[in-house]
Each structure stands twice: as structure tokens, then as C-alpha cells.
Write a protein that binds this ligand. Sequence first.
Ligand SMILES: Nc1ncnc2c1ncn2[C@@H]1O[C@H](COP(=O)(O)OP(=O)(O)OP(=O)(O)O)[C@@H](O)[C@H]1O
Length: 263
Amino acid sequence: MTVNPIRSEALIRLEQVAKAYAGQDAPLPAVRGVSLEIARGDIFGIIGKSGAGKSTLLRLINLLERPDSGRVIVDGRDLTALSKRALRTARQSLGMIFQQFNLLQNVTVFENVAFPLRVHRTLRGEALAARVRECLDIVGLADKSASYSAQLSGGQKQRVAIARALASQPAVLLCDEPTSALDTETTRAILDVLRDINRRLSVTVVIVTHELSVVRALCRHVAVMEDGSVVEQARIDGHQLALRSALGLALMREAANPYLETA
Ligand SMILES: Nc1ncnc2c1ncn2[C@@H]1O[C@H](COP(=O)(O)OP(=O)(O)OP(=O)(O)O)[C@@H](O)[C@H]1O
């Protein structure tokens, strides 16, 4: 069952989005007609076990995956109805970060952050340099501008990726398992950065994770996914989260006893 709590203002609205990948004999459904709303300014978690369709759902929001059916509405615009060119522009308001950081290896931190601004010709010269410095400052890496990715720790790499995602001043930051490659302490620091960006810059954060502790620490709302469907949505109040679905209860049991964790 998909529950849709009433929200003040939906920045992101998914209407019955479905996506199947080509299989050997028949298409393999990854997301099965999901509808949900994410409010402007929210920090929204998507949790579930491996293969549940979380990453696919996230990639449907910026149309990195195009839905087979359904509509993706961001800030009142139906992305599925846009031309390629209009979609390229619309995507600039949807920043994204990944588990493996996806930095360019052969250029400096500065050039990594400058990359989207150069590609989209948003800024140049001193204005571009000022924007890059501003973004590196937000993630606490102002002193690493001239470093290369190989010289950085995992946490620093993810900070650079966040700075790069912020360069185009997005309204939304889509985060695909951003802390799964990081240790506990670094995870906490990256979650602090994401919380700070949400609060100070009013960026709406959508985060895919298989860790309930990440949802508890960071999110205000969560959707639980199982086998391509959202089986439950819940609000997190002061880090308190009570899930009721069978999967939600299992996730809570596993989080209480990490040795059981299988996600
Ligand atoms: N590019 C692809 N081509 C074919 N099948 C895919 C592709 N991407 C995902 N799938 C399949 O779609 C289903 C959902 O995958 P998805 O990565 O969205 O799940 P997930 O919940 O994010 O899992 P994980 O936590 O392991 O990343 C899985 O069965 C997966 O094997």
C-alpha cells in the first residue's frame, strides 16, 4: 500500500512511475507504479534492501532513467514532457552525488567543482572562481582547491562531489548511498554537511540508503521500498522513527542488532 501524507508544498511529485529493465526473456520490473510527494525543504529518505529499486527510483527523479510510464513533476514542471534541451536545463536544479563519488581523476578539486559551470557555460572567469571557492567553503575544503582526487580521503572526495553538485545552485540534491563507502565517523561528518546544506541553503535532500541509522540521523520523512513498490511512508520526529510494515519492522530489528543486518 502506498500512503501519501498530505504535505504543504510538493517540490517533487512522482505519479505512478514505473520502470522495467530488459531481461533475457521478459522485462524485469525495478519500480512498479510508485506515487509519492516530497515537500520543498524536506530531507527525504528512501530505504529498503538491495535490489528493492531505490537507486532506480532516485534516478527517475532527474530522468537519468526515463520512466516507462507515469509522470515526474519537479517544481510544477512535468520532466517527462520536456525536450532534450529543456531537460538539460531543468537538470541543473537537480544535483546528484553517488556512493563512489565519481570525481574526475586527472584534474584538480577546483576543476572538478568548476566542471558543471564550464559545461553549461553558467559562469566564467572570476565569477566562476568565486562560485567554486564558495562551494568548497560550504563543504569545508577551501584549502584543497589545488589537490587531486587521489590525494583525498573518501570523506573529502564526497565533500568535493557535494561541492560540485552545489555549483549550479540546485533546488534538490539527490544522494545515492552517499555514505556507504565511508566509516562511521566520516559518515556522521557527511550527514552534518548535508543537514547544513539543507538548513542554510534550503536545498531539498533526497537520500537513498540501506542504513536505518542514516535515516534516523538525517531525514524528516522516509519511504520504505520493497520489490519496486513503496510499502510505507513515515515521519521522523527528533530522530524517533516507528515503522509498521513487515519490512519496516524487520529493518528496525536489524538496526537494533547489526549482526542481523543483511541489507
Ligand atoms: N541498468 C540496469 N540494467 C538491468 N537491470 C538493472 C539495472 N539497474 C538496476 N537493475 C535491476 O533493477 C532492480 C532494482 O535495482 P536498484 O539498483 O534500483 O535497487 P536498489 O534498491 O538501489 O539496490 P542496491 O541497494 O543494491 O543498489 C534490481 O533487480 C537490479 O538488478
